[in-house]
Write a new protein. Structure first.
Length: 318
């Protein structure tokens, strides 16, 4: 099978060693892509030289841009040529048949009803090395998230609150509503109608939920291919600290809730239930708790500023 229709886009920032492992798993694919687009926002990097010396079985294009995941992904789209665009995080390891299996989904969809395909994320091989006490804390955290309907594990559908769920543990392929950001593949034609939202704060937390909703809004379906498997290592390098992550998560969730969902009272109540959960979940983590409160304050200010912004006359709203 030819990979002549496939472009792989990887956005990276300050994760050189993780990036090299991802590229190695890409080189070993049974179906190698036609091209690799690397959009790098690192402070200092040797990625360009590494790619030049790596003797890759596909051509590559390297770009250095300002940081911002959605900005980097849009830059990758604009500079790619494939009819199928695969996005991978810079800290994943693909099983050898990953691209082949996702490509077959697109090939079998003769009517082009499927606009995007996601794969199955396997737990990191280092998960068992986490101390028992830490695993108990994570379990408690997940229980709280289930109570407040914030857990991201599920059947791949959006909750009533607009929160996404992801079918990482499901071993059966199916149509879903939500993609996982570390492994998304699209038909190029999807981006004739939509794109990654560069208004998202920070390093674009929840950008996968937003692009999923946009794909559905354009009339395409999303498919989860359980046989396409990769490991997401969740690299510790260049991540937001507790306060930044909590604040960004609240602000982006509030922004996407207002942008993507009808503002009915039942949905608004579910939105505030989520915010309450975010606060209580982090009750014993001062930095994260402060981040949640700051995120709520900032999102409320943004909402009020939009309300108070004068609208243009009807004949000027072009």
């Amino acid at each position: 099978m030819s990979g002549s229709e496939i472009s792989v886009i990887i956005c990276t920032k300050n994760r050189f060693n993780d990036f090299k492992e991802t590229i190695l798993s890409l080189v070993r694919q049974l179906c190698v892509p036609d091209e690799l687009i690397v959009v790098d926002a690192s402070d200092q990097t040797g990625i360009d030289d590494y790619l030049t010396d790596a003797d890759l079985p596909f051509k590559f294009k390297y770009f250095h841009t300002r940081p911002g995941l959605t900005h980097q992904r849009n830059h990758g789209i604009q500079n790619s040529t494939g009819s199928m665009l695969f996005f991978f995080d810079d800290d994943v390891i693909l099983e050898r048949d990953y691209i082949e299996r996702v490509h077959k989904v697109f090939e079998s969809d003769l009517d082009h009803k499927i606009g995007a395909v996601g794969g199955r994320i396997r737990e990191s091989k280092f998960a068992d090395q986490v101390p028992f006490r830490m695993r108990l804390l994570r379990l408690r955290y997940e229980i709280y998230r289930l109570i407040f309907l914030e857990s991201r594990q599920g059947n791949g559908e959006f909750r009533f609150s607009g929160m996404p769920t992801h079918p990482h543990d499901l071993d059966t392929s199916r149509y879903v509503e939500c993609l996982s950001g570390c492994c998304m593949a699209f038909r190029r034609e999807v981006f004739f109608k939509t794109g990654f939202d560069e208004n998202l704060k920070g390093y674009a937390v929840m950008e996968d939920a937003d692009i999923s909703k946009q794909v559905l809004n354009t009339g395409y379906l999303i498919y989860y291919e359980a046989s396409a498997i990769l490991e997401h290592k969740t690299s510790p390098h260049d991540r937001l600290n507790e306060k930044e992550l909590a604040e960004t998560r609240v602000m982006n969730y509030a922004y996407l809730f207002r942008k993507n969902w009808p503002q009915t009272w039942p949905r608004i109540l579910s939105f505030y239930w989520i915010l309450l959960g975010m606060f209580l979940i982090h009750l014993r983590q001062p930095a994260a708790r402060h981040g949640v409160m700051e995120g709520i304050r900032r999102s409320m200010r943004e909402k009020n500023s939009m309300k108070n912004k004068p609208s243009l006359p009807q004949d000027k709203q072009e």
